[in-house]
Design a protein around this ligand. Sequence first.
Ligand code: SAH
Ligand code: DHB
Ligand code: MG
Length: 223
Amino acid sequence: MSLSDPGWSAVDDYIVGKLIGEDTALEAALANNRRAGLPPIDVSLAQGKMLQLLARGVGARRILEIGTLGGYSSIFLARALGEDGVLVTLELEPEYAAVACANIEHAGVGRSVDIRIGPACDTLEAMCSEGEAAFDFVFIDADKDNYPAYLDYAIQLSRQGTMLIFDNVVREGEVINPQSSDPKVSGTRALYDALQDNAKIDATAIQTVGSKKWDGFLLALVQ
Ligand code: SAH
Ligand code: DHB
Ligand code: MG
């Protein structure tokens, strides 16, 4: 415990113990990520389960994820899909995508997951021009300076009622600092600006604390 964690991680452990439980495939994914030197910036277990429940709750058959890393969040999202569902997940780094591929296979959901490697804006542009079918649920978690661009692409690849979730929209409170020189903060602020008075999108953001400290998710519905 410390000032920056007055019990948040311990409460996350309690939540996991009561409501989720140990999961060997997810634990193996984190161990593989660590071994391969990936940064430990995956969603938490409790957050991943929330994404899974949200995607399952909206009956998602087609899910888009922007920012795969080692596939930890991808495993939750793939588990939300029915037999015939698909998760398309976009990752810049081929080395990360290879780790993700192994983790996703090991979790037994490889059949549902399509990892596309490259800068996500390029992949999304191609998906739009090639007439990719609409997604039911979109999780956006890649480079934060591109969040406004990812919003535009996500809308283009949506239908009425598609749910969009952006990660890391609070950043320990830095999001309200207009002077911030961190492009992750300015990119996230530009996302809020794009959503301000946007009649096409109904949105909120929820601050979170836990093992990933103080951050938050932005939830938006395309109407
Ligand atoms: N969703 C993951 C964490 C993603 S971390 C999880 O919770 O398990 C953000 C990822 O976005 C990193 O793997 C990073 O390589 C990737 N990324 C950064 N810039 C990108 C870009 N321009 N296009 C696609 N992916 C990008
Ligand atoms: C960072 C990125 C993330 O997606 C995250 O959940 C936490 C941190 C980062 O780039 O710092
Ligand atoms: Mg994140």
